[in-house]
Write a protein that binds this ligand. Structure first.
Ligand code: FAD
Length: 379
């Protein structure tokens, strides 16, 4: 894009919006990020993000000295409760480098924020919410909740998922987040365990207090909302029952447990004239297989590349929408279907999924293909 007098406006300073601003700055493009939340609020978000190897490779150069604490993922163990057949994705199948790394959402946002401060191309306007947008032929006028306006060459929507007015939280799946100490598995081992009530993931967490795993345990709202209040012994027993006796022993639960509703939706159109959507604002995924931010970061990389490559902004946005089609479709489909396929109790589907997991473990090319999809998306 021409070095326009107008900046690019990024609506939302979550991890996708801030990463996008840094990617644009590296290509010489200036932006203003508009974010209502104070940094301290974002830092309190303790959900753990699993970053695929490709994402971590893209993020590391942006963060420089501002890198947050991370934990390496060296093996992923996939199993289905009460059924035979497991699949293991291992770093040793992929050149010995870790499959990815985990980082707390709040730590990542803080690190990205520190990196934006060091850039002369980025202005982060905190404490202001975007409430309107008017598109003109050559620019976009954005209205803020304090009555101010921002004229920009483009509006880049990275404002996540607003809940729809007609959405019923009770009908959504929910996730419980917490931290546990496991006895048995080596540090670096992640677990994806499918149960008939929903998937359960244990991810190695960054910690200076010994090996810790972060838990994301999905189920219906009533079940998830009941679990934070359980005593440690009762909660540990429920978790151990879901995990089974062989994978690991739950030695203790650590810190608070919280519950999130899990919205899933995807926009039909990624581009409308001078407005473009990316990250959760473009597609919000079920957290199974930890793909949401990974996909959003790939959105940001492609958008920055296309804006740097085209003199004409609408042409850049058109190219972005084209290039994101296959990756979005593949990852959205996988994350939508996996929980459903593993939740069903129908005998033929149960047999097929057991055979599928066992076959995947025995077929290195198929296993490598799956790991590469999860690490790098559709390339
Ligand atoms: C329990 C759980 C576990 C997850 N685990 C993983 C994982 O392991 N790996 C992974 O890749 N992903 C994971 N995800 C998904 C991941 O959290 C999201 O994909 C990621 O946070 C999306 O980032 P974002 O910046 O697009 O959106 P958000 O994080 O939602 O940020 C949006 C930002 O926009 C701001 N905003 C909202 N409205 C406005 C407005 N009107 N004006 C200006 N700003 C606005 C918000 O304040 C916010 O800061 C998980 C999600 C959940 C719920």
């Amino acid at each position: 894009m021409k070095n326009n007098a107008l900046p690019l406006a990024i609506v939302g300073g979550g991890p996708t919006g801030l990463a996008c601003a840094l990617l644009l700055a590296r290509r010489g493009l200036a932006s203003v990020v508009i974010e209502p939340r104070a940094l301290a609020d974002a830092q309190n978000d303790r959900r753990l993000l699993a970053l695929a190897r490709g994402s971590w490779d893209a993020l590391r150069p942006l963060l420089g000295a501002a890198a947050p604490p991370t934990a390496a993922i060296t093996e992923v163990h996939v199993s289905s409760a009460g059924e035979f057949g497991v699949t293991r994705l291992a770093a040793s199948d992929h050149g010995g480098e870790p499959l990815g790394a985990t980082v707390h959402y709040g730590d990542l946002v803080a690190a990205l924020d520190r990196a934006t401060i060091a850039s002369t191309q980025i202005e982060v306007a905190r404490g202001r919410r975007v409430v309107g947008m008017a598109q003109k032929p050559e620019r976009v006028t954005i209205t803020l909740d304090d009555g101010g306006t921002v004229d920009a060459a483009l509006a880049i929507h990275a404002d996540g998922t607003a809940s729809a007015a007609d959405e019923d939280d009770a009908a959504l799946p929910w996730a419980l987040i917490g931290e546990v100490v496991l006895a048995g598995p080596p540090a670096g081992m992640a677990f994806e365990r499918f149960t008939r009530d929903g998937p359960l993931a244990l991810l190695p967490a960054p910690s200076d207090r010994g090996a810790l795993w972060s838990l994301v345990w999905c189920s219906d709202r009533a079940t998830v909302q009941r679990r934070p209040a359980l005593g440690a012994g009762e909660f540990t027993a429920e978790l151990q029952a879901a995990l089974g006796p062989r994978l690991a022993r739950v030695a203790s639960v650590v810190g608070p447990r919280s519950a999130y509703p899990l919205r899933s939706r995807a926009r039909e159109a990624l581009v409308e004239h001078r407005a473009v959507w990316l990250g959760n604002a473009a597609q919000t995924l079920h957290p199974v297989a930890g793909q949401g931010f990974n996909l959003g970061l790939r959105d940001a990389v492609v958008l920055a590349d296309e804006l740097a490559a085209h003199a004409d902004a609408p042409a850049a946005l058109h190219a972005y929408a084209q290039r994101r089609r296959a990756d979005r479709a593949a990852i959205t489909t996988v994350t939508r279907w996996l929980p459903q396929v593993f939740a069903t109790r129908a005998a033929p589907i149960a047999a097929a999924r057991m055979l599928g997991l066992a076959a995947l473990d025995l077929l290195p090319p198929a296993r490598r293909g799956l790991a590469e999809l999860l690490m790098f998306g559709v390339r």
